[in-house]
Design a protein around this ligand. Sequence first.
Ligand code: TRP
Ligand code: SF4
Length: 404
Amino acid sequence: MSVPAQTQRVLSGMRPTGRLHLGHYHGVLRNWVRLQNEYECFFFVADWHALTTHYADPRVIEESVWDMVIDWIAAGVDPRSATLFIQSRVPEHAELHLLLSMITPLPWLERIPSYKDQQAKLKDKDLGTYGFLGYPLLQSADILAYRAGLVPVGEDQVAHVELTREVARRFNHLYGREPGFEERAEAAIARMGKKTAKLYSERRAAYLERGDREALDTARALLEKQKNITLGEKELLFGYLEGGGRMILAEPQALLTAAPKMPGLDGQKMSKSYNNVISLRDTPDEVTQKIRPMPTDPARIRRTDPGDPDKCPVWDFHLIYSDDKTRQWVQTGCRSAGIGCLECKQPVIDAVQAEIAPIRERALQLAQDPGEVKTIVADGCRRAREAAEETLADARRAMGLGYS
Ligand code: TRP
Ligand code: SF4
């Protein structure tokens, strides 16, 4: 069972492991900015996630946290639309991770591709730890704690969302039939008001007794519109519609970012570890100094040698930043040796400078007033805790920890 469209929450996290760069901007942040206007969004600093790989040198984490939030806001993430918070300030993530660990079969974690891939890739780190094996499950807890329906992630993270779905399904299967469920469902129904309650109950009966799919659909639509019950109650009633079993944890969906891949200065993916990034806070001079020496088509040794844009990382930048006319100018000029490479790089330099100048300016401004960002995050942490607590109360009760 998944969360129906209109009530969907969006949740995503980012690891604080250094300065944000154009790769984050084009790959993630622009997407967040778009989503914040369409959905209820929760965006968080995944500091516990960072510890799973940086436990031996955690300094970079504390050094990056505030700057990262500043860069988010500078790039257009609006704390009035989205809830911004820090994972470790919402202990519910840890608690749900622990609870989920009880029911998660080890092979589910061992078979996730990133487990072996990352161990092979980050050979200088010992990733044979309990924390590293469990980190996709921590991610599941991040998502499930908010009953998020949509999780914007890159391709490398899709397997983690898939794990999350499986864990939620297993949880609901194991605990969706707890005693007292029916009473609570009936109480939630009553809270919708007389008329809606009657409609809901009639349609539920029509579906359960006669298998009337249309009744199921209209009852769902009815629930989606409800404003006077909590998200938790709503999910209770979605589960109740289909019988006794209750959807305690909601299965999320991955939202693949359709963003173009931001290449680095050397043509590989832009990444701090490749030392090929343009940071969101680079000055115009730094941008110039980074782009001018970029490698180009190796066949263009002399100015008079014709080149092929397809073999040149600068062309990848033109694909992101230039209009058709400029691209045409590059294609013709490069292949005929009509333009020089420095000439060709200039429009890219101009475009990157124009893109990051306002971000840099806002970031520097925000950095002058650390109190403001801390207030924003404190407020976000409070709101996040409230939302997560609702789920945790249900999860604890479902697992037999609801003593009072
Ligand atoms: N694991 C993600 C990454 O490395 C970050 C992350 C943590 C995340 N928790 C999440 C993303 C929950 C989406 C939803 O990029
Ligand atoms: Fe690359 Fe432009 Fe030089 Fe061609 S002219 S090799 S596209 S930088």
